[in-house]
Design a protein around this ligand. Structure first.
Ligand SMILES: O=C(O)c1ccc[n+]([C@@H]2O[C@H](COP(=O)([O-])O)[C@@H](O)[C@H]2O)c1
Ligand SMILES: Cc1cc2nc[nH]c2cc1C
Length: 343
């Protein structure tokens, strides 16, 4: 469905030479240097740029809330989408702060939403089924969500964007993300379930049991990543997965938020291993499974701020670091041009 080529390494030596010859001790800009290298590789240039940065927040509801796995009622998904439209959520503030264009995508919210220029209606259904007893969605719905996500990114790309952040909103979606993580990585439910919006210890244990039941239901079947998404996913997670894959196919820089967005990235990497080369994991969430998921993918997050909000908030606060990475490549003098002695 997607074609994601391995990054071309032909320019690597030249890019590395350019970074090494900036007026600084070798490697002294640390992670900014690896980010700069990644962006130059993706864009195949020594003059990288970030144009028309976008943030897509995918919202959807989850049938598994019937199992009592979230602290908050399902209605909060719809209410927060209205808050996003009005510009009052954390992600709205951070996107305004950094000049990131913001859209919220209705991937499958269980409630009515108004027409608005900030809201993109891509609803597959009004929430998933409870995946403890049946597949969360049909394979057809899963395919639809992947395709719709890809179309949305294609549209952003046509408007001139080469960098795109992914966030989400959906009461119950840490249960779906943890279930996908457990299925895809062969881990136990207890290793993947966390506090979500703030559950206490016994509630987290209950959540792990709920996930364990779902894993038992699908046990023994050798599932493809797409089948796992249909069995355990949420519409926002599947749509994000399709969107992330399309962004990589278009050689855009893919900015991944916290635990739930990373579960979409994990499934994307299972479908297309080269996907990881296009992704920046912007922060490490406080959700306990997140660091294990990042480790399993062999990646490290940029920031560790004890955040666990979602909405793409970790992407937006990390964005200025990406701007710094690109700026030093473009603007910093070299030892030669500045007449500074190198070691
Ligand atoms: O992004 C994260 O790492 C993250 C960690 C914990 C909670 N969240 C947010 O909280 C909501 C899901 O929490 P829950 O407990 O209802 O599964 C959903 O809207 C997410 O955006 C997000
Ligand atoms: C209030 C609230 C805001 C959120 N933003 C993302 N997930 C959320 C969950 C809740 C409960």
């Amino acid at each position: 469905m997607f074609t994601i080529p391995e990054l071309n390494q032909q320019l690597d030596a030249e890019i590395q030479h350019c970074l090494n010859n900036k007026t600084k001790p070798l490697g002294s800009l640390g992670r900014l240097e690896s980010i700069a290298l990644q962006i130059c590789r993706i864009q195949q240039t020594l003059k990288p740029c970030l144009s028309q940065p976008q943030m897509l927040v995918f919202a959807a509801d989850h049938g598994v809330v019937a199992e009592g796995i979230s602290l908050f009622p399902q209605a909060v998904t719809q209410q927060m989408v209205l808050n996003f439209i009005q510009g009052g959520a954390a992600i709205n503030c951070f996107c305004r702060q950094h000049g990131i264009e913001f859209r919220v995508v209705n991937a499958g919210v269980n409630g009515e939403l108004p027409e608005d220029s900030i809201l993109i209606d891509a609803s597959i259904a009004k929430g998933t089924q409870n995946f403890v007893t049946q597949p969360a969605m049909t394979m057809e719905q899963c395919e639809q969500a992947l395709t719709k996500g890809a179309e949305l990114v294609d549209d952003r790309h046509k408007r001139g964007a080469n960098v795109i952040g992914f966030g989400e909103m959906g009461i119950g979606n840490t249960t779906s993300a943890a279930a996908l993580m457990a299925a895809a990585l062969g881990l136990s439910a207890a290793e993947c379930a966390g506090r979500g919006t703030g559950l206490e210890k016994t509630a987290v244990e209950h959540k792990a049991k709920v996930i364990q039941k779902a894993l038992k239901r699908i046990k023994g079947e050798k599932l493809s990543p797409q089948q796992m998404l249909a069995e355990l996913g949420g519409f926002e997670i599947v749509m994000m997965c399709g969107a992330m894959l399309k962004a990589a196919e278009l050689k855009m820089l893919v900015l991944v938020d916290g635990f739930i967005a990373t579960s979409a990235a994990l499934m994307a990497s299972k479908m297309h291993p080269n996907f990881i080369d296009y992704a920046v994991f912007c922060h490490k969430s406080k959700e306990q499974g997140h660091k294990k998921m990042l480790k399993a993918m062999g990646v490290e997050a940029l920031l560790d701020l004890d955040m666990r909000l979602g909405e793409g908030s970790g992407v937006a606060v990390a964005y200025p670091l990406l701007v710094s990475a690109v700026t030093f490549v473009n603007e910093m003098a070299s030892f030669d041009s500045a007449g500074v002695d190198n070691a």
